[in-house]
Design a protein around this ligand. Structure first.
Ligand SMILES: NC(=O)C1=CN([C@@H]2O[C@H](COP(=O)(O)OP(=O)(O)OC[C@H]3O[C@@H](n4cnc5c(N)ncnc54)[C@H](O)[C@@H]3O)[C@@H](O)[C@H]2O)C=CC1
Ligand SMILES: O=C(O)/C=C/C=C(\O)C(=O)O
Length: 486
């Protein structure tokens, strides 16, 4: 049985307690490996290693030297592409066709983009007058924040973890990463790549375990971590914020959403259907940016529902290795229980089930997997739980609207504000509505089109702060002003 260990101070180590938990393949329910669960001792060792590494060779490196190393990390991921792909798909069950286009290439890109950005970022300077006439110059320098605690989720494990580790290291910090207990493999594999790329011991540390009363909480409670970056559920974000308040540590939080899609009658219907199929069902609906609420102009409502139904029914449900499959399982049977509870709630609340609503019949070898049907509903009240709460599954509710103002009001009606998507070929309307939507990211006639230089994050209860491009530098560095009297 494969053992998945922590990576602390440049070495793979097991837990002193001997405690382990199973890593399960959600496509068939089989155990992939045994994961060591960190106690306070391992978390403390990881944080101390990260702290010490700040004043070792890593801390003495120039930006250009760090950037070279991070390029080697990216190249190392690409060189071991198939191993990363295999590991990610074993942990998540997602189709290899998806992970080979999104997860693994983004894992590498997240290092390159920030390594290059750091080399080119300008610094501000202000000349000022002084009463004696000699003047002064102010200039700002960026310094690493220190030890960063990275707590990442299971839906896009490598992509979301490296989205934080890439800029954190580019800025000269050291990290302690706590990946999701559901998906420990790629974070662990990355440790081998880091070592081979010449990242000094203690710069990249990994501790495995659960959230509350386990590695996650031990990390956020550790006084020697300077800041935390987290992607996951809003409730977890609140707990992390609370822990970070002790010692006044900064947080960057990318949290839950209940993202709206607005489809106007003047849209290109083919593109709207294709984009909505992805935004509702890609990664089995487990993307925080996904669309779970659709508002469709009444004149095209019937046609849109019928075409989205046909599209959902044409998705090919299957295991990662099947090249025809484009729809994998949910991450776990536990998560399927949660999603199925919403499927049942929808029926109890009087929804029309347009398609899906249950568990598909799978071949014997996959029967233990967390398979679920893509599901579409209509007819629910605006305040029903299915329409207002994040489900994080392959499902959406579609409701007609009659005016632009009504669509905007419906889209903005929830306490979340992560992303929104709108479909219209009327340029004025697209700009006008995009400006009114309460969301950190608005896509017009597209979905999940990502330029890593742009600000990324949520408004309202979907998060605090922005990462991406220079915005990541704001979080991962301290800006220090130096005032020199001439
Ligand atoms: N990208 C997103 O927006 C994601 C949203 N979710 C949502 O969250 C729901 C629950 O899924 P979970 O995996 O339980 O998400 P979660 O938000 O609890 O877990 C994400 C990460 O936080 C850690 N964590 C949990 N509690 C913690 C604590 N008290 N202190 C420190 N770290 C902690 C977990 O171990 C994991 O590494 C899902 O059903 C889904 O609705 C889940 C994963 C990703
Ligand atoms: O492209 C990104 O950086 C992030 C994409 C998706 C998420 O953040 C998520 O699903 O949590």
């Amino acid at each position: 049985m494969k053992e998945i260990k922590h990576f602390i101070n440049g070495a793979f180590v097991g837990s002193a307690s001997g405690r382990t938990f199973d890593d399960i393949n959600p496509a068939n329910g089989q155990v992939i490996g045994r994961v060591h669960e960190a106690g306070r001792a391992e978390v403390d060792a990881a944080v101390q290693a990260a702290r010490a590494a700040l004043s070792g060779p890593w801390g003495a490196m120039s930006v250009a030297e760090r950037a070279d190393i991070l390029h080697r990390v990216a190249d190392g991921i690409t060189a071991r592409f198939d191993e990363f792909l295999e590991a990610e798909c074993l942990d998540t069950g997602k189709p290899k066709s998806l992970a080979s286009h999104i997860d693994i290439p983004r894992g590498a890109a997240n290092f390159k983009v920030f390594a290059d950005l750091l080399k080119n970022v300008p610094s501000e300077a202000f000349e000022m007058a002084t009463p004696d006439g000699s003047g002064a110059i102010n200039y700002a320098v960026r310094r690493p924040k220190g030890v960063i605690g990275v707590i990442s989720p299971w839906n896009l494990p490598l992509l979301l973890m490296t989205w934080k580790v890439g800029p954190a290291l580019a800025c000269g910090n050291t990290v302690v990463v706590k990946p999701s207990e559901e998906t420990p493999l790629t974070t662990t594999l990355l440790a081998e790549v880091m070592q081979a790329a010449g990242v000094p011991a203690g710069v990249y540390n990994v501790v495995h375990g659960f959230g509350g009363d386990s590695a996650g909480a031990f990390l956020t409670e550790h006084a020697d971590v300077d800041a935390f970056t987290f992607t996951g559920e809003t409730g977890t974000g609140e707990l992390i914020m609370r822990a970070a308040a002790k010692g006044v540590r900064q947080v960057s939080l990318e949290l839950g959403g209940k993202n709206a899609g607005i489809v106007f009658a003047d849209c290109d219907m083919d593109k709207a259907i294709e984009g909505t199929l992805r935004s509702a069902f890609a990664n089995c609906g487990q993307v925080c940016l996904g669309t779970e609420r659709l508002y469709v102009e009444r004149s095209i409502f019937e046609e849109f529902v019928a075409r989205l139904k046909a599209g959902a029914e044409s998705l090919v449900i299957g295991p990662p290795d099947d090249p025809t499959s484009n729809f994998g399982p949910l991450v776990s049977l536990k998560h399927r229980e949660k999603v199925l509870s919403y499927y049942q709630q929808a029926v109890a609340d009087g929804a029309t089930v347009v398609t899906g609503g249950g568990v598909p019949q799978m071949p014997e070898a996959l029967a233990g997997g967390a398979w679920i049907q893509p599901t579409i509903w209509t007819g629910l009240a605006d305040d029903s739980a299915v329409v207002t709460e994040e489900i994080f599954g392959p499902c959406c509710h579609i409701r007609p609207f009659d005016s632009e103002a009504e669509a905007v009001a419906l889209a903005n009606s929830l306490p979340y504000g992560l992303s929104a998507t709108l479909w219209s070929d009327n340029v004025s309307r697209a700009h006008r509505v995009a400006g009114q939507l309460e969301a950190g990211i608005v896509w017009v006639n597209s979905w999940f089109l990502r330029d890593l230089r742009t600000a990324f994050g949520g408004s309202k209860q979907s998060g605090i702060g922005r990462e991406g491009g220079v915005h990541s530098l704001e979080f991962y560095t301290e800006l220090k002003n130096i005032c020199v009297k001439l």
